[in-house]
Design a protein around this ligand. Sequence first.
Ligand SMILES: Nc1ncnc2c1ncn2[C@@H]1O[C@H](COP(=O)(O)OP(=O)(O)OP(=O)(O)O)[C@@H](O)[C@H]1O
Length: 627
Amino acid sequence: MLDAAPASSHGFTADVARLLQLMAHSVYSERDVFLRELVANAADACEKLRHEALSDGALAEKAGAPLVTIALDKEKRLLTVTDNGVGMDRDELVSALGTIANSGTRAFLDKLGSEKGENLGQSLIGQFGVGFYSVFMVADKVEVATRRAGSEQAWLWTSEGKGTYTIEAAASEDAPAVGTRVTLHLNAESDEFLESWRVERVLKEHSGAIAIPIDLLGAPGEEPRRITDGQALWTKPKSEITPEEYTDFYHQLSGQFDEPALTIHWRAEGRTEYTVLAFIPGARPLDLFDPLRRSRAKLYVRRVLISKEIDLLPAWLRFVRLVVDSADIPLNVSREMAQNSPLIAQIGKAITTRIAQEISKLAENEPEKFAQVWKNFGAVLKEGLHEDPSRRDEIFKIARFASTNAPEPTRTLKDYVADLRENQTAVYYLLGDDRKRLASSPQLEEFRARGVEVLLLDDPVDAFWVTSCVGYDGKPFKSVTQGAADLSQVPLKEGETAPEAPESAGEVAALVTRLKETLKEHVEDVRLSTRLRDSAVCLIAPEHGLDRRLAKLLAEHGESGALGKPVLEINPRHPAILALAKLAEGEEASDGAFMLLDLARIADGEPPVDAAAFARRLAARLAKMGA
Ligand SMILES: Nc1ncnc2c1ncn2[C@@H]1O[C@H](COP(=O)(O)OP(=O)(O)OP(=O)(O)O)[C@@H](O)[C@H]1O
């Protein structure tokens, strides 16, 4: 039946319009991505139909074997991509090709906040999948003729990519009997895509591992040529797959165009059988810190795509991109059932174990390659230490930390414990947000003198797992900025001497009393330090309070009560302290007290209590220099 309604005109949503503008200004070298996007959509449509046909035999019969065909017509300047997939009805056309459906594209747009972002966008198009709209980089006009599987009615969507599109009912013969035909009227700059060798190269490069066969027709009337056989890559034996094929496949799967850092391909046999092809990306996916923190796996049952985005792995492995194909899951399982199926959950657990093992192996065998993985995903992996107690041991095998013995994160807890000093009873750590600054913290001075290694933890997530994990190998985790530091039982390193008893102990004790009074609004207590050697002062958290870094993070998230007053520790041997101890009470002594507090705050990366007062006091001291 032919729908007699006239063509209706529609405006693109604002974000599509923005994307289109970006496409129009995109640089030449990235334009061939349009073909990869069209082929991916065509293959998806074939896979969707294969899935629907499971419960509707008539559909299966009509559709025939899935196939994507690319045809070129130099004379008319046309490039068409035809599939015999699921097709679209009118409503689907409006929502799929008038708004932004693709979550990757949405994340991409979100990333481009600013003016500067627009430039960034142009250089990112090649690196991220930006979907259907990339056709407007190469075409002046695009037509989509389509028919939803199971329906007689065909539709024609047309747009010049300039803010509007039209949809009209199409005569039956103007659309493929099954599926969709996308016709590009190539623009004047895109002659290259009328050349069959060029198109073939792009197809092989970007779509070579796609799970649906692709044919190319170089000119009208020519015999089609098979470019790829569409045999799903994961079903082939590893020995028959080239590294390039794996990389291509990763590109299609992830919509990202970096080199994968690790490719893991295996077949599990036993109670449940399944094949997994998993990749650890070489770069951070745009949605890595999306609040939903979902993992994304493609689930197949005997090569039929059941779900494009099943949440199969724990959140701390959400950056892994993977395909799982199992013969043991019933074919008619719905997407929702798949997400809640105990069998699939069990497969997910087994995959988690294997991936953790492979990352651990990489860390052992290829430390340089692993360093990059840790740089990109260490903060995410460490979330598992906090959230997934049953996986802690596995994650501790992977986790690498910077410490006072290692400027880069290369130390495992096993290394740490192996190098414990005599009488050392805890795993010490220092939290903060800048590893370099942490390394020069005054709080570490006595630890260094005694050769006690301190982990320097600079990711926000560190503040959480060190408090929720009780310890490692029987040694509790202990913050060096919390409570009293008792290192007296640990021998000094060779060449270090024990601190001498402070001179003028009486004056210093009086200073402590004065400081407590002067600074009482800002500090909970003032004490003589056993952890300072070269610096005059430092701040620490009270014994039973929260670590200061954790308290700061909680305060940033609205728990204002978390941030209690710190304890100020002073070094009773430091000349500044001794000088201050000699001052009589008065303005100078009070200025000195505040300057001490500010010094300690600055060393912790915090601003002075009162920046203007600090500047005034410091300038006054400078004025006396050389006097
Ligand atoms: N050949 C096609 N057959 C059927 N539907 C299609 C076809 N091409 C596009 N679509 C529809 O248009 C939507 C938008 O396509 P687009 O390439 O912008 O994003 P996407 O394919 O959803 O995202 P992703 O690239 O992450 O898979 C698709 O989700 C699909 O519903």
